[in-house]
Design a protein around this ligand. Structure first.
Ligand SMILES: CC(C)(COP(=O)(O)OP(=O)(O)OC[C@H]1O[C@@H](n2cnc3c(N)ncnc32)[C@H](O)[C@@H]1OP(=O)(O)O)[C@@H](O)C(=O)NCCC(=O)NCCS
Length: 161
């Protein structure tokens, strides 16, 4: 995976993220969010793009200190947070999402991170299964975006071997 460092790669991120979106206002929102997140690279987060056969196929982020103002999610020392894993829609189901999380875990261990956390909507069964199979366990539940949905916060203690 490559770590992105400048605004130039915003278009690559958008290429991946926008495959999952439909209308112009959603596109504008994701463009604004990613532009702001890019500004935190090196300070509070790193953003990775997975390239396969010369094409950007997925992205994933790691946040080090400030994730939703919750110190259980990232503490700036040894607990960090996985954010915004997205695989191009036309390439779902080929093991790319799983590979991204595993690559990020290896990177995190190199940064002396001991615990990785993440948030997933209770209705996102694909993502829940992916994280569960990789050893992530629910440690907290919060209200979701709609009443029938919850936000599950999951964590995994990383194995250094
Ligand atoms: C969730 C997402 C990242 C998964 O990426 P992916 O590359 O399609 O997933 P993978 O092919 O690596 O599959 C990994 C595991 O996910 C689960 N999974 C993948 N596709 C699935 C499907 N159609 N149904 C059920 N489980 C599925 C399986 O457990 C699978 O492991 P297995 O192949 O050993 O059974 C991808 O669907 C995505 O980008 N979704 C939109 C954004 C999103 O929801 N991100 C997660 C935010 S928390």
């Amino acid at each position: 995976m490559i770590i992105i460092s400048t605004n130039k790669e915003l278009s690559l991120l958008l290429d991946i993220g926008l495959t999952n979106l439909n209308n112009d206002s959603e596109r504008e929102n994701i463009r604004k969010r990613l532009s702001n997140e890019i500004k935190e690279i090196g300070a509070n987060r790193d953003i990775f793009i997975k390239i396969m056969n010369g094409q950007a196929v997925a992205m994933i982020q790691i946040i080090y200190k400030n994730a939703d103002n919750d110190p259980d999610l990232a503490n700036g020392v040894d607990v960090a947070h996985i954010h915004d894993l997205e695989v191009r829609k036309d390439l779902h189901g080929h093991g790319i999402g799983k590979q991204c999380v595993q690559d990020l875990e290896t990177f995190a261990i190199g940064k002396s991170v001991r615990v990785l956390t993440l948030g997933v909507d209770s209705t996102n069964t694909k993502a829940m299964k992916l994280y569960h199979n990789l050893g992530y366990k629910i440690f907290k539940e919060e209200e979701g975006r709609v009443p029938e949905e919850k936000l599950y916060l999951m964590k995994k203690v990383l194995d250094k071997n």
